[in-house]
Design a protein around this ligand. Structure first.
Ligand SMILES: Nc1nc2c(c(=O)[nH]1)N(C=O)[C@@H](CNc1ccc(C(=O)N[C@@H](CCC(=O)O)C(=O)O)cc1)CN2
Ligand SMILES: Nc1ncnc2c1ncn2[C@@H]1O[C@H](COP(=O)(O)OP(=O)(O)OP(=O)(O)O)[C@@H](O)[C@H]1O
Length: 207
């Protein structure tokens, strides 16, 4: 329990719980089908089609599947970077070299992640990405993203801003996770697009 709640945080927590409960009801067939569809829709994005370097992640559990997409990007010669969770929730990066290059890692009591087993390239490596694929639980009509609450990607976005780079920011979700509004805090930054198994939605920068 936190002694003092941050603004937006209680709402974030209950929305996370609701969305995870729905995800946990998905069947193995649902996961297979959505993974193939998600890869197909994502590859229709010109930002991904022309990227030289893509920062991505390996989906685990009931997350929208990313492996099909990672394998296709790699087969096309794209440099695919994958996150390595650090003890303070910041992310280091390694290169995706195929499914054999992944190691199953359990961080404390958390869900097990699939992380790159090879060389660690340093947290700043993400600033070389032309596109960043972000995990999340929901996104709203403005492109504000709800993550799992670790703040890892909030840090990535802050790091990109500090470096003065503007890669395409794309969150991968299920259709029902595109909602009208997610609770926000001052550190939250909007993404540019969401890809779901049924298509791509772009967000307009606020006027
Ligand atoms: N596949 C994947 N890789 C990723 C992320 C992600 O969301 N998905 N991350 C995104 O930042 C980073 C790791 N951050 C994580 C943050 C929280 C938990 C976690 O297990 N949280 C709850 C479990 C509830 C849940 O299922 O979300 C816990 O601590 O018990 C795991 C990883 C980097 N790699
Ligand atoms: N730039 C940053 N550097 C360090 N910590 C940060 C930064 N931005 C946010 N945080 C912290 O991260 C924690 C989680 O924030 P939040 O609930 O918005 O995570 P999230 O966006 O859902 O998760 P994620 O970014 O991992 O997908 C908060 O305690 C917040 O203060």
């Amino acid at each position: 329990m936190r002694p003092i709640a941050r603004p937006g945080e209680p709402d974030k927590r209950s929305l996370r719980r609701e969305i995870l409960a729905v995800r946990n009801r998905l069947t193995a067939d649902d996961l297979r089908e959505t993974s193939a569809a998600l890869a197909a829709r994502a590859l229709e994005l010109p930002e991904l089609a022309r990227a030289g370097t893509v920062a991505a992640y390996v989906s685990v559990g009931s997350e929208p599947g990313t492996l099909a997409l990672l394998d296709t990007l790699r087969a096309r010669g794209v440099r695919v970077l994958l996150p390595v969770l650090l003890p303070d929730n910041d992310l280091d990066w390694g290169r995706y070299e195929g499914q054999d290059s992944l190691a199953r890692v359990r961080h404390g009591g958390r869900m097990a992640l699939s992380e790159p087993a090879g060389e660690r390239l340093g947290p700043d490596t993400v600033t070389a990405a032309d596109a960043v694929l972000l995990p999340g639980l929901a996104v709203d009509a403005r492109g504000m993203r709800l993550g799992r609450g670790g703040g890892s990607y909030d840090r990535v976005l802050a790091r990109l801003e500090r470096a003065g780079v503007r890669p395409a920011l794309v969150v991968l979700l299920y259709d029902a996770e595109v909602v009208e509004r997610v609770p926000e805090e001052p550190h939250d930054r909007p993404v540019h697009a969401v890809v779901t198994p049924s298509g791509v939605r772009r967000f307009r920068p606020e006027a």
